[in-house]
Design a protein around this ligand. Sequence first.
Ligand SMILES: Cc1cc2nc3c(=O)[nH]c(=O)nc-3n(C[C@H](O)[C@H](O)[C@H](O)COP(=O)(O)OP(=O)(O)OC[C@H]3O[C@@H](n4cnc5c(N)ncnc54)[C@H](O)[C@@H]3O)c2cc1C
Length: 221
Amino acid sequence: MPAPSKAATWSCRLRERRRLTAGTFELRLTRPPGFSYQAGQRIALRTEATERDYTLVSAPADENLAVLVRLIPAGRVTPFLDQAPIGSELLFSGPNGYFCLRPDARPVVMVASGTGIAPFAAMVRAGARPFVLLHGVRTADELYYRAELQPAAKHYVPCLSAKALLPGGAFSGYVTAYLQTRLDPQPCDFYLSGRMEMIRDAMEIIDARFPDARVYTEAFF
Ligand SMILES: Cc1cc2nc3c(=O)[nH]c(=O)nc-3n(C[C@H](O)[C@H](O)[C@H](O)COP(=O)(O)OP(=O)(O)OC[C@H]3O[C@@H](n4cnc5c(N)ncnc54)[C@H](O)[C@@H]3O)c2cc1C
C-alpha cells in the first residue's frame, strides 16, 4: 500500500456522480482555487485509511475536476468513492505524474485498457490532435467517452474481448492483437495506459514490430 504522499493537500467537494456502467462512474469535483495540472496527470484521493491515484479526465481549463473510477467491490477506496454523499468534502494531493503528450512530429498512437482511457480523454479535451486511439474493453458499453473521442481521432479502434455483436469499426480481440496484426510498422510515439499486463505485452510487440518507436507508459494496476 502506498504511504500517504507529502505533497500539498487540497480540499474539494463532490458535486456529481455519473454512472457510466454498472461498475464504473465519473466523479465531478469542485476545483480548489490555485490548483492547476496538465492533461495526463493524476491526483491521489485520500480516505481516513489510505489514498489512491486517479487520473483527471477533465481538461486543465475546465471549471471542475473529474475522475473516472472503476468500482472494485472488495477494494479499500472505490466503495467509499461509490457511496460518498454528494456535497461531501474530499481531500487529495497532486497533481502527480509525467504521462503527458510530448510535442513531436511522429504519429501518436494511444493504447488504453478499460479506465486507462482517462489520460487520453483529458489530452483530447485539451486539444490533442492527430492521434490513433486503441481502446481495449470487454463490451461496447465500456467504451467510455467514445462519442467525444471517435470524432477527434484520426483512427479510433474499439477492441472488444468478449464474443458479442461488434459495433461498426470495432476489432474483435485485445489491443495487443491489433498492434500485432493490423497497425503498420512505422516510427511512432506510443502512449500505453491501463493494466500492467497489457502494457508489458504491448511493449514486447512494439519492440519487435516498431523499430525506433518511443513508448511512454502509465500502469494503473
Ligand atoms: C498511476 C495510476 C493511475 C490510476 N488511475 C486510475 C483511474 O483513473 N481510474 C481508476 O479507476 N483507477 C485508477 N488507478 C487505480 C487506483 O489507484 C486504485 O488502485 C483502484 O481504484 C482500486 O482501489 P481500491 O482501494 O478500491 O482497491 P484495492 O484495495 O487497492 O484493491 C483490491 C484488489 O483489487 C485489485 N485491483 C486494484 N485495482 C484494480 C482494477 N482497476 N481492476 C481490477 N482489479 C483491481 C488489487 O490488485 C487488489 O487485489 C490508477 C492507479 C495508478 C497507479
